[in-house]
Ligand binder design. Structure first.
Ligand SMILES: CC(C)[C@H](C(=O)O)[C@@H](O)C(=O)O
Ligand code: SF4
Length: 467
């Protein structure tokens, strides 16, 4: 018998009942709830007169619609206020934990889950949000679900799911100076495509992973969904345990020791066979920026805007032509000559302390270019407080950034942080679709230090020249 993958091990521990084919009824250990995807699910409990089965296994937080400034004032947007109010009321009514907007535990769901120790190795964790893949960084099976599936989790703590095929992505060789895991995942998506991971649960392994912090591993797993894979994971190790120890919801005392002993077995067996396996040399990477309207339309900052007329694949050429038209870019333009209007540093991809530190290192002693408006939005209140405790906010403010309260903010423009028609933004978020950051807005995805470099030069820039 061949060995098992990490995904298979955790999956098998959670099967309540097998169905036909690859489908199973799966037990759900943890559910994160946000304001956009939950109203229907709560309503379905009401309609069917069902209780919420395990209130202790859910945490609710409003992150998408909350304003990131003037939090003590009435919301500018009526719909946003309604969404936030409804979530608070539902959480109270069904007895689940709620993290209020102005509390110290507020933040983007995918930032507060790990930060509180709610996210743990070996568990199944779901949320009505595609970037739930983030939590797989802890060696758990975490994936985004739809509204009707949220209702099923509320009522039964189970969910019907199709077992994914497995893919191992071996990241080898470490990272050169100025290159981060955001560059790795952007380059990987550029190579395998936004459909490259469809149907697979991806496990990241290799020498590069061993040297990554939990925050970096989260960035990697976060963007796995942009490669089409709903699950990204990293086997837990000493870095994972050190991050979790002492977190408010992590096990304590003797339970901690037992947990670490159990978690230490959570790794793919030596002889495990993956359905697909690829190796990616990260030691040769350069900082990346996206130039199009999907994350796969990305290239090294030293390159140029590609020319669709030179492509033999006509479908691809047509897609690129459309992207360049929306992005208002001319083939052959050097990427580092593209000027920008806005900078957004934040999101569940790159809104953690390490990201803010990396950006601040570039900003220290420098000023945001006169033509640029820049905001820094910590992923959570805890991130903001920790950043303030070490004075990072002062560096951002002195450089000319606005320093905001936590939330999704300009990643998705569901609050009042958004691009104006035609504005171009250097952004640390994960999606660059048409209109993602505001109608007619143009997004270039990159790492926090690359966004900081763009802020000070007023154009897409190679951060290695500023280090
Ligand atoms: C609004 C929400 C359901 C959505 C998601 O599923 O990911 C959002 O978080 C996003 O990043 O596009
Ligand atoms: S920060 Fe962006 S990607 Fe993350 S949950 Fe919010 S909207 Fe989605």
């Amino acid at each position: 018998m061949t060995g098992k993958t990490l995904y298979d091990k955790i999956w098998e521990q959670h099967v309540v009942a097998p169905f036909e084919g690859r489908d199973c009824l799966l037990y759900v250990d943890r559910h994160l709830v946000q304001e956009v995807s939950s109203p229907q699910a709560f309503a379905s409990l009401d309609q069917n007169d069902r209780p919420l089965r395990r209130p202790d296994l859910h945490i609710a937080v409003a992150d998408h619609a909350v304003p990131t400034r003037r939090r003590g004032h009435p919301f500018a947007d009526g719909l946003a206020r309604q969404q936030v109010d409804r979530l608070r009321e539902n959480a109270e009514k069904f007895g689940i934990a709620y993290m209020p907007m102005n509390g110290d535990r507020h933040g983007i769901v995918h930032v507060i889950g790990p930060e509180t120790g709610f996210t743990l190795p070996g568990c199944t964790l779901v949320c009505g949000d595609s970037h739930t893949s983030t939590h797989g960084a802890f060696g758990c099976i975490a994936f985004g679900i739809g509204a009707s599936e949220c209702a099923s989790v509320f009522a039964t703590q189970t969910i019907r799911q199709t077992r994914q095929k497995t893919m191992r992505v071996n990241l080898e060789g470490g990272l050169p100076a100025g290159v981060t895991v955001k560059d790795v995942i952007l380059a990987l998506i550029a190579e395998i495509g936004t459909g490259g991971g469809v149907g697979y649960a991806i496990e990241y392994a290799g020498s590069t992973i061993a040297g990554l912090s939990m925050e970096a591993r989260m960035t990697l797993c976060n963007m796995t969904i942009e490669a089409g894979s709903r699950v990204g994971m990293v086997a837990p190790d000493e870095v994972t345990f050190a991050y979790l120890e002492g977190r408010p919801l992590a096990p304590e005392g003797e339970m901690w020791d037992r947990a670490v002993a159990a978690w230490s077995n959570l790794r793919s067996d030596e002889d495990a066979v993956f359905d697909r396996e690829i190796t990616f040399d990260t030691s040769v990477l350069e900082p990346q920026v996206s130039w199009g309207t999907t994350p796969e339309q990305t290239g090294a900052i030293t390159g140029v805007v590609p020319n669709p007329e030179q492509m033999t694949d006509r479908g691809r050429a047509a897609r690129i032509r459309k992207s360049l038209d929306y992005m208002d870019l001319t083939p052959g333009t050097r990427l580092n000559e593209i000027t920008i209007d806005r900078v957004f540093i934040g999101s569940c991809t790159n809104g953690r302390l390490e990201d803010l530190r990396a950006a601040a290192r570039v900003l220290e002693g420098r000023r945001v270019a006169g033509s640029v408006k820049a905001i820094a939005v910590p992923g959570s209140a805890a991130v903001r407080l920790a950043a303030e405790a070490e004075g990072l906010h002062e560096i951002f403010l002195a450089a000319g950034f606005e320093w905001r309260d936590s939330g999704c903010s300009m990643c998705v423009a569901m609050n009042d942080d958004r691009l104006e028609e035609g504005e171009r933004c250097a952004s640390t978020s994960n999606r660059n679709f048409e209109g993602r950051q505001g109608k007619g807005g143009r997004t270039h995805l990159m790492s926090p230090q690359m966004a900081a470099a763009a802020a000070v030069t007023g154009r897409l820039s190679d951060v290695r020249e500023l280090l």
